[in-house]
Design a protein around this ligand. Structure first.
Ligand code: PEP
Length: 249
């Protein structure tokens, strides 16, 4: 089953609006044919980045959203507001949100329903800590995060779902999962997805995230179940991100 590779950059809490527009413009000019690409700036830069790359193939995404559409939720941003600003993608359940901001599978699930309700492409992050991996709990953790995050949803709701497998021990640490470890986890994730969405699982994309760089991207992306990458640090450097895009082509 051939799946279009999807490379997304997570800018986290970096870059001003001007810096973001310049970086996104450099990336937009380099998206290879046959590869999907997105950048996910901080909320305040989404509209300006979307404007800077409008007419290109580069998508723009949010790094999170709230599950409610409107109301007394100080500091929150809704999926509808992200769409209004020009986002077409939303990252949900990133491990930093889980570890630092109390995100749970239940809140990921509520947010996912809001994102799908607006026709946005969700990137749902899952992944184990080093302690969980060392305790032999990899599959338990992934199954729990997937079944909790996707609860109440089925194939008809999830045609655009993207999963990002991000082993927590590999994020921002310079430590990458080996291509064999990534493939093993991705194949397991696809088997869990098959139980939830049936044959659609073969068409859904599973990104790898965790210290993806130009020098390891090609080997990771060559694995049969690795359908793209969610990139943190290297997405802030246009030469590096564009090299990862080229490796996906
Ligand atoms: C991430 O933030 O999702 C990530 C994978 O970061 P990095 O590429 O820096 O490890």
């Amino acid at each position: 089953m051939s799946r279009t590779k999807f490379i997304a950059g997570n800018w986290k809490l970096h870059l001003t609006r001007a810096e973001g527009s310049a970086l996104a413009s450099a990336v937009a000019a380099a998206v290879p044919a046959g590869v999907d690409a997105a950048v996910c700036p901080g909320f305040l830069s989404i509209a300006s980045v979307a404007q800077a790359v409008s007419g290109s193939r580069l998508k723009v995404g949010g790094q999170d959203c709230h599950w409610e559409e409107k109301g007394a939720f100080t500091g929150a941003v809704s999926a509808g507001q992200l769409k209004d600003a020009g986002a077409t993608v939303v990252i949900l359940g990133h491990s930093e949100r889980r570890q630092l901001f109390g995100e749970t599978d239940a809140t990921v699930n509520r947010k996912l329903k809001a994102v799908l309700g607006h026709g946005l492409i969700p990137i749902v992050c899952v992944g184990e800590t080093l302690a969980e991996r060392d305790a032999g709990r990899l599959q338990d953790v992934l199954r729990t995060q997937l079944t909790g995050g996707l609860a109440g949803l089925s194939a008809e709701h999830l045609p655009t779902l993207v999963i990002a497998y991000e082993p927590v021990w590999a994020i921002g640490t310079g430590r990458t999962a080996t291509s064999a470890q990534a493939q093993e986890a991705h194949a397991f994730i696809r088997s869990v997805l098959r139980g939830i969405v049936g044959d659609l699982a073969d068409r859904l994309r599973i990104q790898y995230g965790g210290s993806v760089k130009p020098d390891n991207a090609r080997e990771l992306l060559a694995q049969p179940d690795v359908d793209g990458a969610l990139v943190g640090g290297a997405s802030l450097k246009p030469a590096d991100f564009n090299a990862i895009l080229a490796a996906a082509a």
